[in-house]
Design a protein around this ligand. Structure first.
Ligand code: SAH
Length: 252
């Protein structure tokens, strides 16, 4: 098992340092003879996103072309609070309010790769947060279901996903420990908050031959990112790496 530390302490460092970061937005000013474009045809963050994919994701061994293309395409800077926009493509998680975080880009890519998704697969996410992970999934398949326990986050993620054209993502405000029975079974399940055990309802809602990726561990400590496979009714689990996610909320 590889040991990785994704210290949330870095957020504190980030908070302390974000004032000093170089702003990225302004492009060269147009010459006085040129009319100002009303909308920018160029995404000013495209280069940063490309660098993120090259240096944080490909360089660490993610090879699934569908995942790389999704990470290259989804505008992560539109999923983070305005004050962190210049940090959107940095190599760490970021706060999204309500004590929650958007995961580090590499972790999003790595977990998505583990799901081994194919177009048309039905995928369930537990822990919508900003909606970023759901958007990544929606670039790969058109059947994405995501559950968020905090009503405000569920609402804002749903609005954001719609606004950005991710009409194929369905958002539910509920306790994701119990999954989303209505659309089960799922080809894949991804959990982005950490319970201290694997929720049985999620195992039940996984299709035979399906895969689940879930951080499992006690609150306040590191968790084991676990791959769960259901084969012929038998459940197999594999420990992948150490991670640090926010705990799964709710009484279970
Ligand atoms: N995937 C998100 C980040 C996840 S942060 C993104 O891409 O932005 C973890 C999220 O899990 C938080 O939004 C938190 O509110 C949510 N959460 C915690 N416990 C939950 C539960 N029992 N059911 C559903 N969501 C939960």
């Amino acid at each position: 098992m590889r040991l990785k530390s994704f210290l949330f302490g870095s957020i504190l460092l980030l908070l302390a340092s974000c004032q000093t970061l170089t702003p990225t937005l302004p492009a060269p000013s147009p010459s006085p003879t040129q009319p100002l474009p009303t909308t920018s045809p160029v995404d000013p963050f495209a280069e940063k996103r490309h660098q993120m994919v090259e240096t944080q994701i490909k360089a660490r061994g993610v090879t699934d072309e569908k995942v790389l293309a999704a990470m290259e395409k989804v505008p992560r800077h539109l999923f983070v609070p305005q004050q962190y926009i210049d940090e959107a493509y940095a190599d760490h998680p970021l706060p999204i309010g309500y004590g929650q975080t958007i995961s580090q880009p590499y972790i999003v890519a790595y977990m998505t790769e583990l799901l081994n998704l194919k177009p048309g697969d039905k995928v369930l996410e537990i822990g919508t947060g900003s909606g970023y992970q759901a958007a990544i999934l929606a670039e790969i398949t058109d059947k994405v279901y995501t559950v968020e326990i905090i009503p405000e986050l569920a609402r804002s993620a749903e609005e954001r996903l719609k606004r950005l054209g991710y009409e194929n993502v369905k958002v539910l405000n509920a306790d994701g420990y119990y999954g989303w029975e209505e659309y089960a079974p799922y080809d894949a399940i991804i959990v982005t908050c950490a319970p201290d055990h694997i929720p049985q309802p999620l195992v039940q809602q996984l299709k035979d031959g399906g895969r689940m990726v879930i951080p499992v561990g006690p609150p306040g400590g590191y968790q084991t990112l676990t791959l769960v496979e259901k084969v012929g009714g038998e459940v197999k689990t594999y420990s992948m790496l150490w991670v640090l996610f926010v705990p799964m909320l709710g009484e279970h």
